[in-house]
Design a protein around this ligand. Sequence first.
Ligand code: ZN
Length: 493
Amino acid sequence: MAAVQSLRDYVREISEIQSAASLAAWDQRTHMPPQGAEARAKIAGRLERLAFERLVSDRMGELLRAAEAEAESEVDRALVREWKRDYTRHRAIPPDFYQKLVETTSRAETAWEKAKAASDFPVFRPHLEEVVSLVREMAELIGYTTSPYDALVEEFEPGMTVARLRPILGDLRTDLVAFLKQLGRGKAPRGLPSGAFPLDTQRQFCREALGWIGYDFEGGRLDDSVHPFTIGVGPGDVRVTNRYAEDDPFSGLFGALHEGGHALYGQGADPALAWTGLAGGSSFGIHESQSRFWENQIGRSLPFWRHAHPHLARHFPHLSRTAPEDIWRHVNRVQPSLIRVEADEVTYNLHICLRFELEVDLLEGRLSVAELPDRWNQAMGEYLGVTPPDDRRGVLQDVHWSGGMFGYFPSYTLGNLYAAQITETAEKEISGFWERVERGELATIREWLREAVHRHGRMYRPEELCTRVTGSGLSAEPFLRYVRAKYGEVYGL
Ligand code: ZN
């Protein structure tokens, strides 16, 4: 076992460097004074380089080869598999190429900011053309069997391919577009009494809600940030951040439940996986399923609001004359809109389907960057029935493409699909599932998730994990059943 132990020692070193980098990143986004920014950027870059040099080193190659021959236990085999994957993918990219990609995407991001502010796509166009061409080259360097997109989506969703995604997202899109038309004939929920919601009270309410779902404050903390995020600093330290809107207590609450879901995944990892690089999530999609589970499947359910309503009313007395049903309807309004990050559960995935189709066509050479805005606007009209009045609220809204992050968007929808699929299984396996939610007894559910998903960290690939938990591979059907049932009821269809 000497070779496996040597590999473990080496990846522990990398993991410890990454832990220091995470702590520096958390501080940068929560408490760092402005004048610390320049020095912090240097430290972050240094730590990243130290970790990266080790990951792609000849030594890592030798350790992996030796350990591969020796690894017997399930954990050791996963250890070799996951590090070999990262090593191979990163070794395939020559340092000069990587440097060029970093510089190009950095310039592209600046151009994107300008282009978005002025709603001027031609400013961004040459930069995006350069990024797309580099990303295609990167896919060639990494290698793939069928589509260059496969080489990219693999980074976020190991094992996922265009061939697998296309039918699932295609059917999902067709069914959601049809369902959205039906909802248009339903009865829209009434609004709630408006008012101001003091930020400190909201923070208190969110801490309570994190407590309900079993977030361990002895192993983490909650702070404010501009964009909510969850970060695992190391074993026993998984932190969440959140933001609050003065006129709307729900955006803060759902943000907390979302990040809390991510954090439970990190807090629930088997301690034996500490410092192996296996304590993180199986994939971006599976990670997102854990946040969506608590945010949407639980947090936007009627039983949850029967439990949460008295607490909401205690914190915000002017909502005390509402009924749990009123809140439930309010947080489940559907409104086709131009902006992805503001979209509801029903329309959100249509924003993703559109991006996925455009990305694949760009990468496979069927679509030019020049044609993007027209294709975008046309698809928005077809899928959502809204047409962007300008590119700022259309093709220029997301930062991802300027950074070369092609293949990332599907993870969001995969998270929604996995969450619905896991919920269907949990409903069957946990007796009185919704009665427990209504009584606020969420610990049993959290324990079930820990056993089924969290404990395993990155031990299993996403489809394998999904099959182990639910008995079948990824499917859009549970999600479609879920939205039809819930939104059919909310809209009185
Ligand atoms: Zn998330």
